[in-house]
Design a protein around this ligand. Structure first.
Ligand code: 13P
Length: 254
């Protein structure tokens, strides 16, 4: 059994005050307790404040990026050493990092290895563009991203993978649940070749891309899909907590 996971990627949204209020509202909405690992990923500047806000709750904290060195002359970067005392998770290789900031498979791999070495669980993102999807290259692209990104990750280290088709991010055009389930099955197969059958079988693989309270059931209803990486809908406390609650009840069913 894989414990479901819902992560909210707040991207470059919320001031420190807004982040604290949003975290408070989410914590309030989930007070009853649900069998879902729930991770908030605010901007760097709000991490510490949100860590204080959610102290004593079941909520977990994640960063949205990280450099792979522990310290040094890397202006503007944040290290595993800085994150590890307050974050349990870190999103790595998000398509926005890859596309806008030029992150390569190799760089993402360095980051994934640094995160696991520091004891931070990476939420390692992969996904194809619309063009790659339409030209039938999805399998090839994902195989490359997963193999390159996870290369050299020692066995026994936890990794979360997020499948986020780029054409589904922020477009309101989510993938089809069944199709996403099949693609995630493929990703699990590729991961098995790198991490080993057992580690890939227990790794949580999430779907991301226009997830809302209205469509979450379609995704977490799939056996292969262990939860979601939520963007826009994670900025609304009521909707985000609804997504967590639906996931808890759907995944609790045999
Ligand atoms: P949206 O949910 O806004 O489509 O964003 C998805 C995403 O990129 C999460 O990392």
């Amino acid at each position: 059994m894989r414990r479901p996971l819902i992560a909210g990627n707040w991207k470059m949204n919320t001031t420190v005050e807004e982040a604290a209020s949003l975290a408070t509202a989410i914590a309030g909405g989930l007070q009853a307790g649900y069998a879902v690992d729930t991770v908030l990923c605010p901007p760097f500047i709000s991490l510490y404040r949100v860590s204080e806000t959610i102290r004593g709750t079941a909520l977990k904290l994640g960063a949205q990026n990280m450099y792979f060195k522990d310290s040094g002359a890397f202006t503007g970067e944040i290290s595993p050493l800085m994150l590890k005392s307050i974050c349990q998770y870190v999103i790595l290789g998000h398509s926005e990092r890859r596309q806008i900031f030029g992150e390569t498979d190799q760089l993402v791999n360095e980051k994934v290895r640094a995160a696991v070495a520091a004891g931070i669980i990476p939420i390692f993102c992969v996904g194809e563009t619309l063009q790659e999807n339409e030209s039938g290259k999805t399998g090839e692209i994902l195989t490359r991203q997963v193999s390159e990104g996870l290369k050299g990750v020692p066995s026994g280290k936890e990794v979360v993978i997020a499948y986020e088709p780029i054409w589904a991010i922020g477009t309101g055009r989510a993938a089809d649940g069944t199709q996403a389930g099949q693609t995630i099955g493929l990703i699990r197969g590729v991961a098995a070749g790198i991490l080993g059958q057992q580690a890939a079988g227990t790794a949580r693989i999430l779907y991301g891309g226009s997830v809302t309270a209205a469509n979450i059931a379609e995704f977490v209803g799939e056996h292969q899909i262990d939860g979601a990486l939520v963007g826009g809908a994670s900025l609304k406390a009521g909707e985000f907590t609804d997504i967590v609650k639906q996931t808890a009840s759907l995944k609790a069913k045999p």
